[in-house]
Design a protein around this ligand. Structure first.
Ligand SMILES: *[C@@H]1O[C@H](CO)[C@@H](O)[C@H](O)[C@H]1NC(C)=O
Ligand SMILES: *[C@@H]1O[C@H](CO)[C@@H](O)[C@H](O)[C@H]1NC(C)=O
Ligand SMILES: *[C@@H]1O[C@H](CO)[C@@H](O)[C@H](O)[C@H]1NC(C)=O
Ligand SMILES: *[C@@H]1O[C@H](CO)[C@@H](O)[C@H](O)[C@H]1NC(C)=O
Ligand SMILES: *[C@@H]1O[C@H](CO)[C@@H](O)[C@H](O)[C@H]1NC(C)=O
Length: 494
């Protein structure tokens, strides 16, 4: 059960954070709560993977000698005993105080083996021997395992606490061989074959869990999300197991690539998820993002000076000519008559995002430098600082999170001017028009493209819903393989 398992784990993990309990504990900013249906989904993937990766499984050679009536003293060797296939028909998963408990209550296994016997009989002067192959069917194979999941140095550590296997029933089919052999095999070897299976399966599962754990250790602690920003996916706190969910937390802050985040993981309050409706919706996973995640992303972009742009094209182009400002700032027109202008907008501090119940507020602090274009020269004439207050609505559709902002109000002040003082009140209307017709549509255009949540090695969110609560954005979703969608009939996948 090796290579592809961690990928879906990653998907859940990536999704997560900011949960629980003991006071003074540091909390991550992204939390994932994997519900019982999510655990079931993971368990099914594991079982599917195990069916193929546990086999072929070789069992040790079994030898036995016995006195058979009429025949005499027989020496028998079963070798090359191999479990060829395992098929699980029913299994359950439970999370609880002790760990994650997986119970396989119904499995069948097919084995093959070589048999060989020899004996001396008083009837003949030589020893008699024969050999052949046999197939064995094991019915009612029961397997139980308890897994523990801890956080060690920022990675998840998976270990096997207990594993047991029990064989209910064995049937053997011989290819050739004498008729007495069959009954004798059953009588003499049934238990031995059964206990060989009971020993071999848990030890193979143990190896598989060690491999899976090694893969978890190799998961990156930071994943690139855009060309300048990475997300810290370091696990914080131990996973929290309850009878209804598995909760995981990751640091969840953005930083510029290869740099330490400017924000620190501080003591955030425990996240009370019980009030959310993910459970009612019976979704596999609830991914909670603290507003600090958005803050960290916003400061990465701010620090990278990505938040600036030049406005030189507006619906009412007269706004970008000193003639249009003639009656508002006469001295500007006087100094530069009939010159084209542009506005150089840049954020002067990172936008502030606050998540509240049912709404998200954004404050965008902008410096607007008014430039006059004189021949080949760009002459900055004044700078106005504006703080725009917006309502943000976020939407999730398919695997894309997008948003739009609505202007609530704005405040402004003159930062500096080369053309003397002028009354802010006079340019209020002008700025309002510029914000509504140019700045916000531009921001909305960017936001509408959204961020695509990457699919993880073939698994993606399915029917996600997004809600906002005090300081938290919560995405409730199912998870499915990308292929499952592609395989749907055309009318469903449109
Ligand atoms: C063991 O059995 C397999 C088939 O299950 C066969 O391919 C292989 O050659 C056998 N090995 C030996 C050593 O007989
Ligand atoms: C085991 O063998 C039987 C009979 O040959 C077959 O019907 C069954 O599907 C096999 N089971 C598995 C798990 O391959
Ligand atoms: C889960 O445990 C709580 C107590 O911790 C109990 O009240 C509840 O009934 C349990 N739920 C299930 C499904 O076992
Ligand atoms: C990632 O988060 C962990 C835990 O909060 C922290 O110790 C580590 O310094 C962070 N790494 C970066 C690159 O910010
Ligand atoms: C825009 O203004 C910023 C300072 O606010 C300045 O650093 C930048 O060079 C200006 N860009 C242009 C193209 O004028």
């Amino acid at each position: 059960m090796a290579t592809s398992i961690p990928h879906f784990l990653l998907l859940f993990l990536f999704a997560i954070q900011c949960i629980h309990a003991q006071s003074n504990e540091e909390h991550g900013c992204i939390a994932a709560e994997v519900s019982n249906s999510g655990l079931d989904f993971l368990k099914n993937l594991l079982v599917e993977k195990a069916e193929s990766s546990l086999v072929p499984l070789e069992l040790p050679v079994i030898t036995k000698s016995a006195k058979i009536p009429v025949v005499g003293n027989v020496q028998m060797v079963l070798s090359n005993i191999t479990i060829e296939t395992i098929h699980v028909t029913s299994s359950t998963v439970k999370s609880g105080d002790t760990g994650i408990v997986i119970d396989v209550s119904g499995a069948t296994a097919n084995l093959s083996m070589d048999w060989k016997y020899s004996y001396n009989t008083w009837l003949l002067p030589i020893s008699v021997s024969d050999k052949g192959r046999a197939t064995i069917q094991v019915e009612g194979l029961e397997i139980g395992l308890t897994l523990s999941l801890k956080t060690v140095e920022g990675s998840l550590k998976l270990s096997l606490l207990e594993c047991g296997c029990y064989v209910n029933d064995i049937s053997i089919k011989l290819d050739g061989g004498a008729s007495w052999l069959y009954q004798w095999l059953l009588d003499a070897f049934e238990d031995k074959i059964g206990s060989a299976v009971e020993d071999a399966v848990p030890s193979k599962i143990k190896d598989a869990i060690v491999k899976l754990d090694n893969l978890l250790q190799t998961l990156p602690k930071e994943v690139p999300v855009t060309d300048i920003a990475s997300l810290n996916v370091t696990f914080v706190n131990d996973p929290l197991l309850s009878n209804s969910s598995l909760d995981l937390e990751i640091d969840g802050l953005f930083s510029a690539k290869n740099e330490v985040s400017l924000l620190s993981t501080n003591k955030r309050h425990r996240f009370i998820q019980d009030s959310f409706s993910c459970k009612e919706a019976d979704k596999m996973v609830a991914i909670s993002l603290h507003e600090d995640v958005l803050k960290s992303a916003s400061s990465v972009y701010f620090e990278a000076s990505k938040m600036h742009w030049i406005v030189d094209n507006v619906p009412d182009q007269s706004l970008l000519n000193t003639a249009g400002w003639r009656f508002i700032i006469p001295q500007l027109y006087k100094k530069y008559p009939n010159r084209d202008m542009n506005m150089n907008l840049s954020a002067f501090s990172p936008p502030i995002i606050e998540v509240e119940k049912q709404q998200i507020r954004g404050k965008i602090p902008l410096d607007v430098v008014i430039d006059v274009l004189d021949a080949d020269e760009v002459i900055p004439v004044a700078c106005i600082s504006i703080v725009i207050s917006t309502s943000v609505s976020a939407e999730i559709s398919g695997n894309t999170i997008s948003g739009s902002v609505k202007l609530n109000d704005f405040t402004m002040s003159l930062k500096w001017s080369n053309i003397g003082d002028f009354h802010m009140r006079l340019i209020q209307t002008l700025m309002s028009t510029t914000l509504k017709t140019v700045v916000l549509p531009y921001i909305n255009l960017k936001l509408s493209k959204g961020i695509e949540i990457p699919s993880f090695h073939g698994y993606e969110l399915r029917d996600p819903q997004l809600l906002s609560e005090d300081s938290w954005i919560v995405i409730c979703s199912d998870v499915a393989s990308v292929e499952a969608v592609q395989n749907l009939p055309g009318f469903l996948s449109m």
